[in-house]
Design a binder for this molecule. Structure first.
Ligand code: ATP
Length: 287
């Protein structure tokens, strides 16, 4: 039996680090939303007891290091399933980009296997399972828009944000999330106004959402990689309503409502950046 599942990317509308916990993790407060840029995951059940991962890009591992593999392995162990699955990943989300691609693939595998193996787990149970794989997997199980706390696994769903275009640009540099968190100086942070962003979303106020886009990791990545600064400057020059880096970067996104300005930003960045996308926010949670 085969199944095709969409695994959408996420962007951070806000990302705050509140403090370092006793267990060494950072206590986070983030507002995330899924966008219409997605990997496609094909699951095919196998009679043999093995997990096979295939993808068309050499940038993701095809063994147990792949988060999609980890998701399948976790489900098999937890529910003592001695059959297998072949996972084909059609990768469209840039890798190691701050867009949660790996987490979304893992979440798609959890949702798919829940149906294919008839496990009858609720979305909350799947999200709890997801947290064992990685902090962003829980959010990706729900999709849509949400406030994420803790390490990212404590999820409160939110309504869809106001309608707009999201133009994304990923410079061809690698950013290590671990390194960015290590360089973050918790004493001198300019914290986002998460409450204001929540109000903006709850009242569907586009201008307020734009004013409150904020990510504490941005200045760390920008200092290490001036080219990300340049993309931000250009997006503003080309008419973006607001611009922010997603996650630990290096992808930067612009929000814009007018089609003509979206086109101008998209075309302007295509001139020197090879991964540029213009997509919509996917307001609704995964089905
Ligand atoms: P986050 O924003 O959650 O930190 P990211 O978007 O920055 O994630 P990913 O694209 O998820 O990063 O990839 C991060 C690392 O995980 C890469 O180095 C990649 O090799 C590895 N990885 C494992 N499985 C996957 C997968 N299915 N898709 C993409 N990367 C994967």
């Amino acid at each position: 039996m085969k199944m095709l599942i969409k695994a959408p990317a996420k962007i951070n509308l806000s990302l705050d680090v509140l403090y370092k916990r006793d267990d060494g993790f950072h206590e986070l407060e983030m507002i995330m939303t899924t966008i219409d840029l997605a990997d496609r995951i094909e699951l095919e059940l196998l009679d043999e007891n093995r997990i096979v991962v295939q993808s068309q890009t050499r940038f993701v591992p095809d063994d147990e290091r792949n988060l999609a593999y980890k998701a399948a392995s976790l489900v098999k162990d937890r529910f003592s399933i001695n059959k297998g699955v072949a996972i084909k990943i059609d990768k469209n989300i840039p890798v190691a980009a701050g867009l949660g691609g790996g987490s979304s693939d893992a979440a798609a595998v959890l949702r798919g296997l829940n149906k294919l193996w008839n496990l009858q787990l609720s979305i909350d149970e799947l999200a709890q399972l997801g947290a064992e794989i990685g902090s962003d997997v829980s959010f990706c199980v729900y999709g849509g828009t949400a406030l994420a706390k803790g390490k990212g696994e404590v999820i409160t769903p939110l309504p869809a944000p106001p309608k707009c275009w999201v133009v994304l640009a990923k410079p061809s540099i690698g950013v290590s999330t671990g390194e960015i968190y290590k360089k973050l100086e918790l004493e001198n942070l300019e914290h986002p106004d998460t409450q204001a962003m929540l109000e903006a979303i709850n009242t569907s106020n586009y201008e307020k959402m734009c004013r409150n886009l904020s990510n504490v990791l941005e200045s760390v990545t920008l200092n290490l990689h001036p080219e990300v600064k340049q993309i931000k400057r250009d997006m503003k020059r080309f008419g973006a309503d607001a611009v922010l880096m997603s996650g630990s970067g290096p992808t930067v996104f612009a929000l814009v409502q007018h089609d003509s300005r979206m086109q101008r930003i998209y075309n302007g960045l295509r001139g020197y950046c090879n991964q540029v996308f213009a997509v919509r926010i996917l307001g609704q949670p995964n089905e």
